[in-house]
Design a protein around this ligand. Structure first.
Ligand code: FE
Length: 337
């Protein structure tokens, strides 16, 4: 009899202990869907695991595929966090109901207000500045002024632009609509189109190669593409110009993240998000792609800092999402392909 009780006790204890281990093993892992490629996220995840003991499992894919997957998986998704580039994409994910609001003192302190969702579903983790790059043999900084100025007739046949199909340009135009209204923005975009020296180009790097080759004088690109190109070929006659310093500031965008609506491991996921915004991870997150830390307390990489400091547009990036559809239609009307 006593032996039977003892056996039952052992079995019960065994069940409790294994339940404890199973649940704590589940708690000690965060699953991330990332549109940022492995080499841009793995270093931070490894540092986070070293510091907290919490493992990070991740899947990388294009943002469209990840959003479709989150939607299809619904409440059965294994994902706790979505990481992607561009506020327009994060806004879309939030608008589809795929992200949940998070209240965190740490996130509000580390991330400036204009670089996170007013509804707290997504948070910027690095800044990407979309600025002007010009041919130094053809122009001086004093020749340049603003995005809007590139619509002036004096730039006819001197401008190169990347295609309007890229979300980066859609976000830029959406933020211009937020600032100037549709009618004024359409005039500006029509001016750009009238000034193009070539058909819109497939990517930022190609646009800068055209500028360097003298096919046009100036273009609009994200600075990390400039950084990569100049690293490969430092002798190119190209330089960065910070536009709109007397007005709205440089158009910035973000890489960022949000917690999935159906995350079943929210506390660990928030811990990871907070970690990514902290001093420990900010340089890892930004420097690997020559972006800027979102946390104003952290200095950018020396190579990035060498391009100079600039005033950024302080308008909330949610506008890039809200006005994205309007921007796409406007660019189409204006003949920007
Ligand atoms: Fe990019």
């Amino acid at each position: 009899m006593l032996k039977l009780y003892f056996n039952r006790l052992v079995i019960t204890l065994f069940c409790f202990v294994s339940l404890f281990f199973i649940s704590s093993a589940q708690a000690e892992q965060v699953v991330v869907y990332s549109a940022r490629i492995e080499q841009l996220i793995k270093p931070m995840f490894d540092a986070f695991t070293r510091d907290t003991g919490i493992k990070v499992r991740y899947t990388t894919d294009k943002e469209g595929a990840l959003l479709a997957r989150l939607k299809a998986e619904g409440k059965h998704t294994p994902a706790d966090m979505l990481i992607t580039a561009d506020a327009g994409n994060l806004w879309q994910a939030s608008n589809l109901g795929l992200l949940k609001p998070v209240t965190s003192e740490i996130l509000s302190t580390n991330i400036p207000e204009h670089l996170r969702d007013p509804g707290n579903t997504w948070f910027g983790l690095s800044i990407r500045a979309r600025t002007l790059v010009y041919n130094t043999n053809k122009l001086k900084p004093a020749d340049l002024l603003s995005y809007e100025d590139l619509a002036q007739p004096k730039w006819k046949n001197h401008l190169c632009l990347r295609t309007s199909k890229k979300v980066y340009n859609q976000s830029l135009v959406a933020m211009m609509i937020a600032e100037h209204g549709e009618a004024e923005t359409e005039k500006i975009v029509r001016g750009w189109v009238a000034n193009l020296a070539t058909d819109p180009l497939s990517d930022d790097t190609r646009a800068m190669e055209f500028v360097a080759a003298g096919r046009c004088d100036v273009t609009v690109v994200n600075t990390y593409y400039y950084g990569r190109l100049m690293k490969k070929n430092p002798s190119l006659p190209l330089a960065v110009f910070w536009p709109n310093q007397e007005s709205s500031g440089v158009h910035v965008n973000i890489s960022g993240a949000g917690i999935t609506r159906h995350s079943n491991n929210e506390p660990a996921a928030i811990k990871l998000l907070e970690y990514l915004s902290s001093a420990k991870a900010q340089n890892l997150f930004a420097d690997v792609n020559m972006e800027y830390p979102v946390n104003p307390a952290i200095a950018p990489d020396a190579n990035v800092a060498a391009w100079g400091s600039f005033k950024q547009n302080p308008m909330n990036l949610a506008k890039a999402g809200e006005l994205q559809a309007a921007a796409v239609k406007l660019m189409d009307r204006a003949g920007y392909r």
